[in-house]
Structures are given as structure tokens and as C-alpha cells.
Design a protein around this ligand. Sequence first.
Ligand code: OOG
Ligand code: NI
Length: 267
Amino acid sequence: MTPSDFFSALWNSYTQITPQAQRIQQLFESHGETVLNDHVAFRTFNNSPISLEKLEPQLEAIGYKAYGAFIFESKHLKARCYKHKTDADSPKIFLSELLVEELPQHCQEIIGKFIAQIPADAVQSPAVFWAGKLWQTPTEADYLALAEHSEYAAWLSTIGLQANHFTVSINHLKKYPTIKAVNQMLIDEGYALNQVGGLVKGTPQSFLEQSSTMADKVDYTFSDGKQRTIPSCFYEFARRHFMADGNLFDSFIEGNADKIFDSTNTK
Ligand code: OOG
Ligand code: NI
């Protein structure tokens, strides 16, 4: 599978439940822009057949290699980032996993029921990255119990493996050169942005500025028949800056990422 096939399959499954991303991309295009992606991100459960460690070889299979590692203590996550070995324009990939054993016992038990349903050989090809949830639909009570302690766990229990965001590269836009201009356009168009820690995460001095929409909401029926609208996926905007050595910063920043995760919060 080529990276281009990989990202177009991902975009298809992502926009099915994130119609705002398609609309915002079209908005940029209607203003004469060509939208390039800075990165996409995935979430998963550790100690499972779809752990970060088990998924990583499928990224290597499409020509990617890991170049950074991150820890999010209060969210009980760890993550790695990946870039293509030869094509610098191919989107970067951010893959995180939930450290399930750090959650309260009752959450571990709920997640344990999902993990027990994942086939041991679930990871066979890069297509696993849009496999969705590999377990039965949770009950509303289990979903709410997870959300209480880990919004990430609640989100993952309903959505599963799939790109949780694509990211517009502001560096490649012509008419919206700053993150402020992008945010203002989105606000004028009525989109709800993630305000955790302010609209803009990061500064030019830290070489990476990011903002994101709040996730789209989709109608969801839990296994017990209860219905509610739940967050699906969101769209991100990133502007990278040059470092003193003349290279564009190409990694991620824990302090920014910590807030971007909140784009799928239920509250
Ligand atoms: C990933 C959040 C981190 C970034 O650009 O820092 C991130 C997620 O929400 O799964 O995407
Ligand atoms: Ni991101």
C-alpha cells in the first residue's frame, strides 16, 4: 500500500463521521487554497492486540519511521510520532496509547471486556488503521463511567481505530498565513474551536502553533438502546516555524498535544 492510498482511505472513513472536515477543506479550496496535511493521529489501548507496539510495524510497512516519543502523565498516555523515510511532504503520524493499568479498577474491567474481543491477529495490514472498533458497542453506563476518568477511553470505546483528526498545514496556505487568520475565518463561519488553554496552543518561540475545532457530534445508540450524541472527530490547523539551525521544526510538543486531546471531550 502506498502512503497516498493509505491517507485517502483514512480520509474517507474520517470524513464519514466528521463532515466539518470536508466542509472546511472545501471552504479553503473555494478561496483558492490547496490543502496539504501536516499530520494525522490515532488512539489505541496498550497491552492489547492493537497496542502501539503491534501497530508500529504497519506504519513501517508504508515507509514510516518513529522519530519522537511523548508522555502525558495526567491523561495516562504515551505516544510516538512517525515520518516518511524519503517523502518529507507525506503527512506525519501521531500514535498514542492508553496505559490502561493506570486507570481505576472498574475502568480497567470495562476496557478489559473490549480488549478480550479483539482477535489476537487483528493487525495484519495498514488497513487496521481504519478498522474502527473491534469490539461490541458499549453500554451507555460503561461509556459514562469511562468518561468520568478518561475522556480518551470513552472516545476510543465508541470510535475505535481510525484517524481522529487530519491537520491542515498552515505553512502551505497562501491567503491565511497566520493561525490567527485561520481561527478568525473558522469563527466567522460558525465553527466551535477548542479553547483549552486559549485558542492557539504554542508560540513561534516553541516553533509550533496549533488550533483545532471541537469534534463533530454524531447520534449514537448504545448496546442497551440508550441514545445520545457523542463526539466523533475534529480538524486541526498547524503552523510550523524555522529553528535556529534553519530547519522547520517537525516534531510535536507535549504541552500543546495535551490540550489538543481535549477536542473530543464530552464536557
Ligand atoms: C492527539 C493529540 C495530539 C498534536 O498535534 O499535538 C496532537 C489526539 O487527539 O489523539 O494531535
Ligand atoms: Ni494533532
